[in-house]
Design a protein around this ligand. Structure first.
Ligand SMILES: Nc1ncnc2c1ncn2[C@@H]1O[C@H](COP(=O)(O)OP(=O)(O)OP(=O)(O)O)[C@@H](O)[C@H]1O
Ligand SMILES: [Mg+2]
Length: 170
C-alpha cells in the first residue's frame, strides 16, 4: 500500500524485453517536494525504469502507485493526463517542427488557452533562448538548446512529477 505522503511508490518492479531482464526488483518512493536521483552504470536499467513509469516499458511484475492510484497498467496518455511528464533520453524533440510547435505538443492535454500561454511564458522565462528561437526548426538548435526545449515542453503539461533522463547531457 502506498503511504499517503508519497507522490510515487514503486514496488517490486520488473521489466523484461523478451528474455532480457532490464529491471530486476525495484522499490522506490518519492514524496511531495523531493528530488530523487537515480544512479547506475550503462545498461543498469535506469531509462527502462523511467519509461515504465510512463507506460513505455513492458512491466512483468510489481506495482506503480501515483497519487494513490495504481497506474501500473495505464496507457501513456492517461499517465500524462494524471500528471507525470518525461524529458526522455535523447530529448525526443521533433526536428522538423518549430520550437513553438514542440512546446505546444507538451500542452496537448491542456485545454485552457490562458494556461497554455502561462506555461509558455514560464518556460520562456526559464529558458529565454527558446523564445528567441520559437520559429526556428527544433533540429537546428544546439544540443543544449534542444535539452532546454525538451524540459520546457515537459513543463507545458503542468506535471506533478517531472522525470528527467540524463538531463545534464548537452
Ligand atoms: N527495447 C529494448 N529491447 C531489448 N533490450 C533493451 C531494450 N531497451 C533496453 N534494453 C536493454 O535493457 C538494459 C537496460 O537498458 P537501459 O536503457 O534501461 O539502461 P540505462 O541504465 O538507461 O543505461 P545508460 O546509462 O547507458 O542510458 C540494457 O542491457 C539494454 O540493452
Ligand atoms: Mg539510459
Amino acid at each position: 500500500m502506498a503511504k499517503k505522503s508519497n507522490v510515487l511508490t514503486v514496488q517490486d518492479l520488473a521489466v523484461y524485453y523478451g528474455y532480457i531482464q532490464a529491471v530486476k526488483k525495484v522499490d522506490m518512493e518519492i514524496s511531495q517536494g523531493e528530488f530523487v536521483v537515480l544512479l547506475g552504470s550503462n545498461g543498469a536499467g535506469k531509462s527502462t525504469l523511467l519509461n515504465a513509469l510512463i507506460g513505455k516499458a513492458p512491466i512483468t511484475r510489481g506495482q506503480i502507485m501515483f497519487n494513490g492510484k495504481d497506474i501500473t497498467k495505464w496507457r501513456t496518455e492517461d499517465i500524462v493526463r494524471a500528471g507525470i511528464a518525461i524529458v526522455p533520453e535523447g530529448r525526443g524533440v521533433l526536428p522538423t517542427m518549430t520550437v513553438m510547435e514542440n512546446m505546444l505538443l507538451g500542452a496537448y492535454y491542456v485545454k485552457d488557452k490562458q494556461d497554455i500561454n502561462k506555461g509558455l511564458q514560464a518556460a520562456y522565462s526559464l529558458f529565454p533562448i527558446l523564445e528567441k528561437r520559437k520559429n526556428q526548426q527544433a533540429g537546428t538548435l544546439s544540443g543544449g538548446e534542444q535539452q532546454m526545449l525538451a524540459i520546457g515542453r515537459a513543463l507545458m503539461s503542468y506535471p506533478k512529477l517531472l522525470i528527467m533522463d540524463e538531463p545534464s547531457l548537452g
